[in-house]
Design a protein. Structure first.
Length: 570
């Protein structure tokens, strides 16, 4: 991409965004990144481990497909040459519309190889949002899984773009030429391409916001590799290990943690078509998996599944990475007690490539439990060496130990900026820091390390009578009520206080419970101002594809209480 194109992304706030990145591109030698770009990394690792299985893919039927480093690299080269022949060059956007599949991994690396930019599409989004993503990013080509081709063609017809659709998977009609047949016509040789470097843009990930159009997070090849290096160093991942991916690879957690990080060290990856509780532990045992990255929602599924671990050899499993959603103390404790598997809690955003902090692996069991339970919320850990974190007030002033404020981050893994969104960039970057929009605080251990906590999402805070209330605090209480499988606090519109507190609750199978009982249990543990005033029961709590609660979608369920004045009974 030309320098002019880059400036079109960030026409107003280039200086402040550069500060938030701590002039990251001038620090590549300091961080000792060994490769000029991601494709060079793939070639180097393949030369070392050509016959080693890199990608083990389990499809929706449980069929195992194993691909060596050499096989993957050959597929990448053929695909890259196909892209060049299709007119894709440096800076062009290529979308992927698929569920987890090994072909999608090949397509990612092939786009990187020609200096292109991948635009991952979440097929679970509605048509209007997908159309907006296509148009906003300006995609020239889209790799689309065969089951989604008809839908994407319909979206393209309504779009202002006429991008090329390349079908992945098995062809459903004789007239269709699927991905593997297309690329088979091209040589497995390194593609002719414009020179590109770590500073080139690699991904535009569109955030799954609950309102308005999604924002395109622009990540460079440097962003991806420095975060992968930091994650592999922190978790002591080596070429001898195998990681497992159960999260969607259209999101940075699936892509960075369990695809690019294993590649960075020459490890192996077990890629699942989707998460399934009954296959989770059997595949860990069968493939000798060391680390899995999950979101709290998946811990809930595993906790409520009827699984006897005595049937499986899990000696290879060191720990589970958990982030990208609200983890409660109770859920963490219940999971660790039942399965005796440590949870390494962490935190990050698409805007910081992926993870920015983790609990240290070196903690004793007593220290681990302290940081996971003694401060009202499970700690998200200490910052990775590639970034710095602080707590700021509304004026951008750093806050002391224990004081709540906004979590802010700057460092090598901070995004280049939001794509073609001057207003969002101006709001997100201030005083040389990226403002996460998450409320948190920190405490310091005996070694002087800052351990951070997330106490709520600032834009999700319930503002009752001018007083801010963190919904996560109420979530903790709801989850402690016997018979409640999951529950979240909702701030709903109220004529008397602006917002009031509601509870959306899913009960465990077979449990019957009155709303009044839940209100009483909450009132016993919370002051009246923070206690739920109304309860709505449901069969499922809406979450994004990455496991984050969508509280705003539940607000409409509390319309009947809009005009009610709730008074404390004395």
């Amino acid at each position: 991409m030309s320098s002019g194109s880059k400036r079109s992304v960030l026409p107003v706030s280039v200086d402040t965004i550069a500060q938030s990145g701590v002039e990251k591109e001038s620090h590549s030698d300091v961080l000792q990144l060994p490769d000029a770009n991601i494709f060079e990394l793939l070639l180097r690792i393949t030369a070392q481990f050509s016959e080693k299985e890199f990608l083990i893919y389990y499809d929706e039927n449980g069929t195992r497909i194993a691909l060596t480093y050499e096989a993957i690299t050959n597929f990448v080269k053929r695909t890259a040459n196909f892209l060049v022949a299709s007119g894709i060059s440096k800076g062009d956007k290529v979308a992927t519309v698929s569920r987890n599949h090994w072909e999608t991994v090949v397509q990612y690396f092939a786009v990187f190889a020609v200096g292109g930019i991948v635009v991952p599409i979440n097929a679970g989004e509605d048509d209007k949002r997908i159309q907006y993503t296509f148009e906003n990013s300006g995609v020239k080509l889209a790799f689309v899984h065969n089951q989604l081709v008809s839908r994407i063609k319909g979206i393209r017809e309504k779009s202002s773009l006429n991008f090329t659709i390349v079908q992945s998977g098995v062809a459903e009609a004789p007239s269709d030429l699927p991905f593997l047949e297309r690329i088979a016509r091209f040589q497995a040789t390194s593609p002719k391409r414009d020179s590109h470097s770590l500073s080139d843009e690699a991904l535009i990930v569109y955030t799954s916001g609950t309102t308005g159009n999604p924002k395109g997070v622009v990540l460079t090849q440097y962003n991806l590799l420095v975060d992968a290096k930091a994650i592999s160093d922190w978790h002591e991942i080596t070429s001898e290990q195998t990681m497992m991916c159960v999260l969607p690879i259209h999101h940075v957690n699936g892509t960075v943690v369990t695809i690019i990080t294993p590649l960075f060290v020459g490890a192996s990856v077990v890629l699942n078509h989707k998460f399934q509780s009954d296959h989770f532990f059997p595949r860990i045992a069968a493939e000798s998996v060391s680390i899995v990255s999950v979101v709290p929602t998946l811990l809930q599924f595993l906790l409520h599944a009827d699984i006897d671990l005595r049937a499986y050899d899990l000696s290879s499993l060191r720990h589970i990475i958990c982030g990208a959603g609200p983890l409660t103390i109770e859920l963490a404790q219940n999971f660790e007690r039942r399965y005796r598997i440590p949870i390494i809690h962490g935190y990050g955003l698409s805007e910081t490539t992926c993870y920015s902090c983790f609990l240290p692996l070196s903690l004793t069991e007593k220290e681990h439990q302290r940081w996971m339970s003694d401060y009202g919320f499970p700690s998200i850990g200490a910052p990775l060496p590639v970034n710095t974190m602080e707590i700021h007030d509304e004026l951008g002033v750093s806050q002391p130990v224990g004081m709540k404020g906004e979590i802010v981050i700057r460092g090598h893994n901070v995004m280049r900026g939001y794509f073609r969104n001057e207003e969002a960039n101006a709001s997100a970057f201030r005083s040389g820091w990226f403002r996460t929009g998450d409320e948190g605080f920190f405490h310091i251990d005996s070694r002087g390390r800052k351990f951070f906590f997330i106490s709520g999402r600032l834009k999700e805070l319930i503002i009752r009578g001018g007083v801010n209330i963190s919904p996560l605090e109420i979530d903790e209480v709801l989850m402690q009520i016997a018979g409640v499988e999951s529950g979240i606090a909702i701030g709903f519109e109220n004529d008397w206080y602006g917002e009031e507190v509601g509870a959306y609750v899913k009960l465990k199978p077979g449990v019957k419970m009155e709303a009044e009982f839940i209100l009483q249990q909450c009132r016993a543990r919370l002051p009246f101002s923070k206690s739920p005033k109304a309860v709505v029961f449901g069969s499922d709590i809406p979450v994004t594809s990455t496991g984050k609660y969508q509280r705003n979608r539940c607000k409409v369920l509390f319309q009947d209480w809009k005009k009610v004045q709730f008074n404390e009974k004395r």
